[in-house]
Design a protein around this ligand. Structure first.
Ligand SMILES: Cc1ncc(COP(=O)(O)O)c(C=O)c1O
Length: 473
């Protein structure tokens, strides 16, 4: 069993290897120590140098070492004892507690792999601050009053140009409505469609349950469209009672496939023939890693397809900023709904976003984020292939989440969720996203939906490690 004396010299090398893999300093240090404990190079009971001594030895900030010790302590790798400093815990690898329900309180979430959120620590605070300053310095007084329910013209102009450039959307500022998240936008649209006599909306067989709840709240029923590796089977729209269809063409959520070109054309042909509307939820269209993404489906027919975009992945969900590019005939009805809902979205945030776009800062932020999330996805695939090769990662090289299919005979989804809770991991399972009331096929594999984009950089390696522990149970 190793000791600090034999291991200390390796740490410099392990740290550089972690840095070369793109980890931050603290994450690389945590990773190196975790690996050393797991491999027995640091045996149980080994006393680690004080954070001050190790920081001096490595030439890094003392805080970085102290934070890494704290994190590894929280994960169960290290313990701190009064008088004897930090030592390697007796139990090498954190084990899931065998949980007699209700006997002990559940551990807090330590590894947030919930799909749906970007890495919030990446929010471009400085660029947003600068954009807000510029916006406030130049905004006319009337900007602080209630104005056009579609939103500030500065933002709608910036968006029209941005969406044309980045996603090939064909629109103009007059047909854009800025809303408080896609969630609000979907509700506005559904209420406007309900007024026009629509009663049923087709949704993909798997999707976000809260979005189906928004559709139901507007008084509309849903019918599921089945899915395969080519995306939603839009041929099923023909003869269905649906007056609208919500699709995620660029990157189906959660299965991660793209909607085939022929199926896009089928959906548009259906909308033209029946007077129906396609709602294109382009929630993560900026995040494709292996090639240029297919342009927005809306460009096939801007009078039949509503394009919906959001800043929830590219910036942060908390700023509640999204936009609808509408067919001409839906502009007035959706504006009316927006006026009824909240008058208009926040003017200062809108002006700041307009500045962020026109200054090029949004592009820069997205380029950097794309690189980071791409690395994370590659690392997820690499680590799973190494440690749990029987698990299959499905879907395109895109987005911030992935579906992990488990082999037959693995734990069921409910049990996986229970064990995940005990390991302090928060994530989702595929059946949670299922639209159909009918139970999934008996031979359907258990599958996790993992938001690899969610943790902060420094927390990602530990989250991945915990995920592998879960998958090996
Ligand atoms: C499939 C899908 N659509 C849209 C959104 C964006 O919703 P909002 O703009 O309301 O945050 C999300 C965010 O989680 C999503 O996962």
């Amino acid at each position: 069993m190793g000791s600090w004396a034999t291991f200390g010299g390796d740490l410099h090398l392990d740290l550089s290897a972690g840095r070369a893999r793109g980890l931050g300093l603290r994450a690389a240090l945590e990773d190196a120590l975790r690996t050393a404990v797991r491999e027995g190079r640091l045996g149980p009971g080994t006393r680690l140098p004080s954070s001050r001594a190790l920081a001096a030895d490595l030439g890094i900030a003392r805080n970085t070492v102290a934070e890494a010790y704290t994190q590894l302590g929280a994960e169960g790798w290290l313990t701190s004892r009064q008088g004897s400093g930090t030592v390697v815990a007796e139990r090498g690898e954190p084990q899931p507690a065998p949980p007699p329900p209700g006997v002990r309180p559940e551990p807090a979430v330590r590894h947030n792999l919930m799909p749906g959120s970007p890495d919030l620590s990446r929010f471009p605070r400085n660029a947003w601050l600068a954009a807000t300053r510029r916006a406030l310095a130049t905004a006319p007084h009337e900007a602080f009053g209630l104005g056009d329910p579609r939103g500030r013209i500065e933002l709608r102009r910036a968006l029209a140009a941005y969406l044309a450039r980045v996603r090939g959307v064909r629109t103009d500022p007059e047909r854009l409505v800025v809303c408080s998240g896609y969630t609000q936008g979907l509700g506005l649209l559904c209420r406007a469609l309900h007024e026009q006599g629509v009663r049923t909306v087709a949704v993909e067989e798997y999707g976000l349950p809260p979005q189906r709840a928004v559709i139901a709240e507007a008084g509309l029923g849903t019918v599921p469209l089945s899915l395969d590796e080519g995306g939603a089977r839009t041929g099923e729209l023909l003869g269905s009672p649906a007056g609208a269809a919500v699709l995620t063409p660029a990157h189906q959520f959660p299965t991660g496939v793209a909607l085939r070109a022929a199926r896009r054309a089928t959906a548009v042909a259906w909308a033209r023939a029946t007077g129906g509307v396609v709602i294109e939820d382009d929630y993560d269209g900026e995040f494709r890693y292996d090639r240029q993404p297919l342009g927005a489906m809306q460009a096939l027919d801007p009078e039949r397809v509503v394009y919906a975009g959001t800043a929830s992945k590219s910036l942060a969900p908390g700023i509640r900023m999204a936009w609808l590019a509408l067919p001409g005939r839906l502009v007035e009805p959706v504006m009316r709904q927006k006026r009824l809902a909240d008058g208009q979205s926040g003017a200062v945030e809108q002006l700041a976003l307009a500045e962020l776009i026109t200054s090029g800062d949004l592009d820069r932020h997205i380029r950097r984020s794309r690189l980071q999330y791409r690395r994370r996805r590659d690392r997820l695939i690499e680590v799973l292939a190494e440690r749990v090769p029987e698990v299959r990662v499905t879907g395109l090289s895109a987005g911030l989440s992935a579906v992990l299919e488990l082999p037959p005979g693995s734990l069921g989804e409910e049990e996986l969720l229970r064990q995940a809770r005990w390991l302090g991991i928060s994530l989702s399972v595929l059946s949670w996203c299922r639209a159909s009331e009918a139970p999934p096929a008996a031979d359907a594999p258990a599958a996790l939906v993992v938001g690899y984009g969610t943790p902060a950089d420094h927390a990602f390696p530990a989250a991945l490690d915990a995920l592998c522990t879960l998958l090996r149970l």
